[in-house]
Write a protein that binds this ligand. Structure first.
Ligand SMILES: [Zn+2]
Length: 571
């Protein structure tokens, strides 16, 4: 390919509306153009990278027993009605009506469709398990599309669906996909981490998010560098400190202290000159319309996902100030758990051997020397706090760190959540019909592309890993007007093409500075310069984009073989 012929308009300036490095670089390097909010056109260089990622995905999926199919993007409403998700999806789903008045949607995902396709056939247990995947676009009408390809309204996904006989065999299917995903993300050059995730409304026993650490990632997690434990913050746990019971007789007595106008934990800590971890916060919470009083350490925050699980509620919210006053008879800053009229949930980090300061249940007063177990009790003791950096790993006790990342892949065990309502069943050994036990597995192709750039760039531009680079090599003739230079460059270019290498030649009459800047911005892994040193010595200069300082001279006669060797060996 000649660079002058590639439609990849580059921008010198950083685009104003791109809110991530990857978004900026994709626009600047001419990979992508925005067509509407959250909707993009891939230009040739961007499409080349996307196709390389998809090819790696295909190879690994095929190698792990999955088979490619292609399902429609436009799908009828009926299977969605059957699972209840036609309404549950709400405004996020693009819905439309055909000329006969029949309802359709642009698929936000394909569980319903694949399950009805499989459910329409009569399958024997002998033919199980099988795993169907496709790579195609999805549509979600995000309220706020952001971060370029990371949260867009039209996006490309690989989604796979496994169909198994029972819970034991789905473990095997899941493990195969887990291995395929590890291979895929390693091969595209990402440093990533599979983290335990909440399977939430989708159900099932386990779920992992494959997360790429990135500053503006939307997914927060805690991880242990000692044993490898990693979990979404919604789910992650910390090892509680041990809490021996203390003999009641030896404990100091409750003591009431006036705290006029003092409300927040910080204010109480400052006013009484104590550490916020020895203060307990008491919070009125409404879960499925029922009030609960939550008690946790002053320096901790509630994790509502864990809390709702602990109280077995579907949804909940903090009580309003007005509700606190009406139900408890005090203002929020003085709420306390002693003689609470509603069930109390105490976080498991609250110790029984620490004299805590708590709200007195009376305006402008707090109580010192309150002991959990002596002065207040719990209906439920549970982990209801959000893990923080420095907490101890629940597996090995090493301090955890927290980070944010981009979720590039997700694996779920679905159980029979879709096969039951869609009547997708197989014929078992005893002749009975049983619902398939399913798994589903998704990879965001555009997100993966964006994540690769987030991890592989410098101030000059993108640094593509060899496995996904739009071109592996760029040949840069300086002074194209010099016949010897241009002919040598063309000969090298053609030689590399014959050797099966993806090569582009910068055939423009631009200055050396412009050519180097563009080559760096577009990030081709190997740059070969045909310039002054060629005229003097007959050598080309080879530079790796990843280590700009290492220039290597190669003779023209050995160039093709030695560059082909580099393409094979560098990552
Ligand atoms: Zn650990």
């Amino acid at each position: 390919m000649y660079l002058s012929k590639v439609f990849a308009p580059r921008l010198r300036e950083v685009p104003q509306d791109a809110d991530t490095i990857s978004g900026q670089l994709m626009l600047r390097a001419g990979l992508l153009r925005k067509s509407a909010s959250g909707i993009y056109t891939y230009l040739n260089l961007g499409l080349r990278v996307k196709q390389r990622i998809e090819e790696i995905v295909r190879q690994e999926m095929d190698n792990h027993g999955a088979q490619e199919i292609l399902m429609p993007l436009l799908m009828p409403s009926e299977p969605w009605q059957a699972t209840g998700r036609w309404d549950l999806y709400g405004d996020e789903m693009f819905k439309l009506t055909d000329r006969k008045g029949r309802s359709f949607c642009l698929g936000p995902t394909h569980e319903e469709l694949v399950t009805s396709v499989v459910g329409g056939e009569r399958h024997s247990y002998k033919e199980l398990p099988f795993n169907l995947y496709h790579i195609t676009n999805k549509y979600r009408d995000e309220i706020r599309p952001r971060y370029g390809l990371i949260r867009s309204r039209e996006f490309t996904m690989m989604d796979a669906y496994s169909f198994d006989r029972n819970e034991a065999s789905v473990e095997v299917s899941y493990a195969l996909m887990f291995e395929a995903y590890n291979n895929i993300f390693r091969r595209v050059g990402l440093t990533f981490r599979p983290i335990q995730a909440d399977s939430g409304a989708i159900g099932g026993s386990s779920s992992h998010e494959f997360t790429v650490q990135a500053e503006n990632g939307e997914c927060a997690y805690a991880a242990c560098d000692n044993c490898g434990y990693a979990a979404n913050l919604e789910l992650s746990k910390a090892r509680p400190t041990t809490t021996p019971d203390t003999a009641a007789g030896s404990l100091p007595e409750l003591e009431s202290v006036a705290t006029p106008g003092i409300h927040s934990i910080d204010e109480v800590a400052g006013f009484l000159a104590i550490d916020s971890c020895t203060i307990l916060k008491s919070i009125l919470y409404v879960a499925d319309d029922k009030p609960w009083l939550l008690v946790l350490r002053g320096d901790d925050d509630i994790n509502e996902v864990k809390l709702l699980k602990a109280v077995q509620a579907r949804d909940g919210r903090l009580a309003t100030d007005e509700e606190v006053l009406r139900i408890l008879g005090v203002h929020p800053g003085s709420v306390g758990p002693i003689q609470a009229a509603m069930p109390v949930v105490v976080d498991e980090m609250v110790r029984r051997d620490v004299a805590y300061t708590i709200g007195a249940g009376k305006d402008d007063f707090h109580v010192r020397n309150a002991f959990f177990g002596r002065d207040f009790d719990a209906a439920i003791v549970a982990d209801i706090r959000t893990v923080r950096a420095g907490d101890l790993c629940p597996i090995c006790g090493h301090p955890l760190h927290t980070a944010t990342g981009i979720e590039v892949g997700h694996t779920f065990k679905l159980g029979t959540k879709y096969s039951v309502p869609l009547h997708a069943s197989y014929v078992d050994e005893d002749g009975s019909e049983r619902p398939y036990v399913m798994g589903c597995y998704g990879i965001g192709i555009g997100r993966t592309l964006a994540a690769i750039i987030e991890q592989h760039h410098d101030e000059k531009g993108i640094i593509w890993p060899m496995s996904v680079a739009p071109f592996q090599v760029i040949v840069v003739p300086l002074n194209k007007g010099d016949d010897a230079v241009w002919h040598a460059a063309l000969e090298l270019y053609e030689g590399l093409q014959k050797a099966g290498i993806d090569v582009i030649v910068d055939d423009r009459g631009e200055s050396a500075g412009v050519k180097f800047n563009d080559a760096d911005l577009m990030g081709f892994p190997i740059q070969v310069v045909v310039g002054n040193s060629f005229l003097k010595t007959g050598n080309f200069e080879v530079t790796l984009r990843s280590s700009k300082t290492d220039k290597k001279a190669i003779t023209a006669s050995e160039a093709v073989a030695s560059i082909a060797d580099l393409v094979r060996t560098i990552e």
